[in-house]
Write a protein that binds this ligand. Structure first.
Ligand code: PMP
Length: 392
């Protein structure tokens, strides 16, 4: 029997070939990977009081300090989790469980990640809350007036993401946060895609709860955080052990947390400008080669790392598979949906038909992306178009 193939998929100069699916996950930066490996070789549990434990705890606290500084939060307000899915579940369920009110209302935007929408639907189905899903406009933006019109006496929490995972569209979180604060309603922001790629500050934006994830910003997978503003009534989901001030039981993943902290410290304005110029190079190349291309939300504020396009008449899945065969890795709209044949709920919420939503392809850039990779993608797309034309 032959040994399983342990080589990464794709081809090209980097492992994984031309990897343009950074919204699904990013490679760890070299310094982050080295730190994670170094910490992983040390046995100390950060909850232990011997020197190895104290050393690990110090590294966790260093990361907490860096992450708190990024968010404008204080260190005691951060709770480390296994990722953004856990943090989103905690945010919604933890606030509802603590409220001890009869079916309080949750207002959630239609373009939220399933890790927000599904716990909200679960709370509704269980009779613990009442969910109202708020529509977005044709560009995928949550209008402040829509939130304002929906707020009622029973509204407990509003959840609107920072940046969308399929289109990169930025939401007006500061304005929504101020509105919620003025009405005494809690405000949760899923900042998994936007953190480090666009400014966000928990005080400036009047945010009560915020979610982030390590692997979306060149940190490790399986680590995230929930920012929980001091004083927000909250019921923990994981009991036992008293970790994280009793808010989330479980031994801390110290190597991943240290890597997460290091990863956020690595982002600079210059680097973001470079990534934005690659995204613009890609979209200009697309428009030049494919005059009928549709670029989702191309004219509204977006994070620089995501581009969502469609070639009319060509399915996104076919594009994604043909590119994969050429060693260029992108996504058919959203990684979470690429194995399913259901059209993207995000694009549908923006008014796309099923056929239009099925044509969407998501290309996402990272700090390791090089200009030649963008050009390789454009060339591969042009070849693909020739093949499609030849078959017609
Ligand atoms: N929220 C958003 C906006 C995301 O893009 C993702 C990852 N696709 C998540 C939450 C879930 O993150 P994690 O993988 O850390 O659970």
């Amino acid at each position: 029997m032959s040994a399983p193939d342990s080589r990464p998929p794709g081809k090209g100069s980097a492992p994984g070939g031309v990897y343009l699916d950074h919204a699904a996950s990013t490679p760890m930066e070299a310094s982050v990977a080295a730190r994670v490996a170094e910490m992983g070789a040390v046995a100390g549990n950060p909850a232990s009081v011997h020197s190895a434990g104290v050393w690990a705890a110090r590294e966790v606290e260093r990361a907490r300090m860096r992450l708190a500084a990024r968010l404008g939060a204080s260190e005691e307000e951060l709770v480390f989790t296994s990722g953004a899915t856990e943090a989103n579940n905690m945010a919604l369920k933890g606030v509802v469980f603590a409220a001890r009110r009869h079916r309080p209302e949750l207002l959630v935007s239609a373009v939220e990640h399933p890790s927000v929408l599904e716990p909200a639907r679960w709370l509704d189905a269980a009779g613990l809350a009442r969910l109202t899903v708020l529509p977005v406009d044709g560009e995928g933006r949550m209008r402040v007036e829509t939130v304002e019109a929906a707020l009622g006496p029973d509204t407990l929490l509003v959840s609107v993401q920072h940046a969308n995972n399929e289109t990169g569209v930025l939401q007006p979180v500061a304005a929504i946060g101020r509105l919620c604060r003025s009405r005494g309603v809690h405000f949760h922001v899923d900042a998994s895609q936007g953190l480090c790629k666009a400014p966000i500050d928990v005080n400036g934006c009047a945010i009560d709860l915020l979610t982030a994830s390590g692997h979306k910003l060149h940190g490790p997978k399986g680590v995230g955080l929930l920012y929980l503003r001091e004083g927000v009534p909250f019921e923990p989901l994981l009991h036992g052990g008293g970790h994280e001030r009793g808010l989330r039981g479980g031994t801390l993943n110290a190597p991943a947390i240290a890597g997460f902290g290091l990863a956020v410290a690595g982002y600079s304005a210059e680097e973001l400008a470079r990534v934005a110029s690659l995204r613009d190079r890609f979209e200009a190349g697309l428009r030049a080669r494919f005059p009928n291309v549709r670029i989702a939300a191309g004219a509204v504020p977006r994070i620089p790392t995501i581009s969502n396009f469609a070639l009319p008449g060509v399915s996104g899945k076919a594009v994604f598979q043909a590119l994969d065969r050429r060693g260029v890795l992108v996504s058919a709209s959203s990684a979470c949906h690429s194995t399913l044949l259901t059209p993207s709920a995000v694009l549908k919420a923006m008014g796309a038909s099923d056929d239009e939503a099925n044509e969407a392809v998501r290309v996402s850039f990272g700090r390791t992306t090089a200009a030649f990779e963008v050009d390789t993608l454009l060339t591969a797309l042009a070849e693909l178009q020739e093949e499609v034309n030849a078959c017609r």
